[in-house]
Design a protein. Sequence first.
Length: 106
Amino acid sequence: MKLELIFKELRDIKTRLDELERLFINRHYTFQNHVPESKLLELPDSLRKTYIAIASRQQDSTATDVSAATGRVRAIESLYLNQLVRMGYLTKHQNSKNKVFRLCEN
């Protein structure tokens, strides 16, 4: 029983790694402020997807912009973007009517 649970967990981990590998192999990102891959892999999948979406745009982005890139709801992206701000990956400022996010300067 315990071996079956361990095997299932390992299979789930392999599936996640395969998905990450597929994402990184098919896209060649040139981030303006590079975060080491090891640090990027420490992020949960949800936050990593948001970070990659904003980093690949290489310009200031709103939650709506990131939502269009990830295919997720704007409110969720706003939550993830604000979490990345608190973690120090992004900065946030007001641009006329919108809150705009950008990568932190290293």
